[in-house]
Ligand binder design. Structure first.
Ligand code: ACO
Length: 321
């Protein structure tokens, strides 16, 4: 039995902030941001929440797949910015869409979260435990960003993407290579709420996202080609056989460097980061859903999805569309 993606959907906040808008908040410029990252615009939540965007993306993916919410057995939301500490965003999405028969939980693997979700769903589907899974990546990163820190606030955006995965006879997910390195957790982190129990000192503040940008850059450029090659080798597929490499949309220069290391033309590396920024766990499913919507994906196409992020975490998934 194989696992196949049979429907995708995405949702983005209505408000868009261009680089000039950010230059009114911090000492930056459109020129610096475009040159160092490739980002021009990002969507920022005003009315939207992580849950509301996840619900919209999920509804669109289900409709596209022709699958009823009642038929979902497994519902996973990958997020680091849930609206509630508990319950999980997945349980809240479950209630909104009426996926009453699903087991629902969140995964925290930052920008690799969607791939981790696909990894888990694939294992459950292949083992015959569930037939249909809904995997969502949803983030409101704007609420954990320090809007006075120009080195991070220009990079991120909000949004959600979703995919319906189901058991299939025909080929779907061909191989995956996934990993974590907790030794490097401090490179990219966001502290949680301070402990206010009677034994602790008062006065702590909830944390904001902090990042050693150059460390993350080096890690991504080194790790992504390795896990992509592992996934290819495992399936006996060459990089030339792959139609598109969908990489986590963090930085245009990272994507270009990975393309070079893999010896593949940049045209095979679609990007939406100029319009969305880095939406963490939502980045890959939004890109996939947009390409699907634009009719760029044909049955039989081989695709690589690859992400990297806080943890540190990373992963690559080779699939046949
Ligand atoms: N506008 C203007 N100047 C800036 C800005 C800004 N927004 N941000 C930093 N600078 C300045 C710095 O202060 C520094 O000034 P100095 O030379 O006077 O000290 C200068 O620009 C260069 O800063 P660097 O950090 O060296 O710039 P770099 O070329 O490394 O680019 C960047 C920074 C874009 C963050 C890059 O390192 C990067 O993209 N790293 C990867 C980050 C990433 O992908 N993060 C997401 C991971 S996914 C996840 O899990 C959330």
């Amino acid at each position: 039995m194989n696992t196949k993606i049979i429907g995708t959907g995405y949702d983005l906040p209505a408000f868009t902030a261009d680089n000039d808008y950010l230059a009114t908040l911090v000492d930056t410029s459109d020129e610096w941001i475009v040159e160092r990252t490739g980002i021009r615009v990002r969507h920022l939540a005003k009315e939207e929440t992580t849950t509301s965007m996840a619900v919209q993306a999920a509804r669109r993916a289900l409709e596209h797949a022709g699958v009823s919410a009642e038929d979902i057995g497994l519902l996973i939301v990958a997020t680091i910015t849930g609206d509630t500490e508990t319950p999980s965003t997945a349980c809240r999405v479950q209630a909104e869409i009426g996926a009453h028969k699903a087991v629902a939980f969140d995964i925290n693997a930052a920008c690799s979260g969607f791939l981790y979700g696909v990894h888990v769903a694939d294992a459950f589907i292949r083992s015959g435990i569930y037939r249909n899974a809904l995997v969502i990546g949803a983030e409101t990163l704007s609420k954990i960003i320090d809007w006075t820190d120009r080195s991070t606030c220009v990079l991120f955006g909000d949004g959600a993407g979703a995919a319906v995965l189901c058991a299939a006879e025909e080929p779907g997910i061909l191989s995956q290579s996934i990993g974590s390195n907790g030794d490097k957790w401090e490179v990219l982190a966001c502290q949680g709420r301070p402990n206010e129990n009677p034994l602790c000192e008062k006065g702590g503040k909830p944390g904001y996202l902090t990042m050693d940008g150059q460390e993350v850059f080096k890690f991504a450029v080194k790790t992504v080609p390795v896990c992509v090659e592992e996934a290819l080798e495992d399936a006996g597929v060459t990089a030339d056989d792959v139609k598109y490499f969908l990489l986590h949309q963090a930085n245009k220069r990272i994507i270009q460097a990975v393309a070079k290391r893999l010896g593949q033309p940049e045209e095979k590396f679609p990007m939406n980061l100029d319009q969305c920024g880095n939406t963490s766990a939502a980045s890959l499913p939004i890109l996939l859903a947009q390409m699907d919507e634009q009719g760029l994906l044909q049955k039989g196409d081989k695709l690589i999805l690859s992400g990297f992020g806080a943890g540190l975490t990373w992963g690559a998934c080779l699939l046949e569309w």
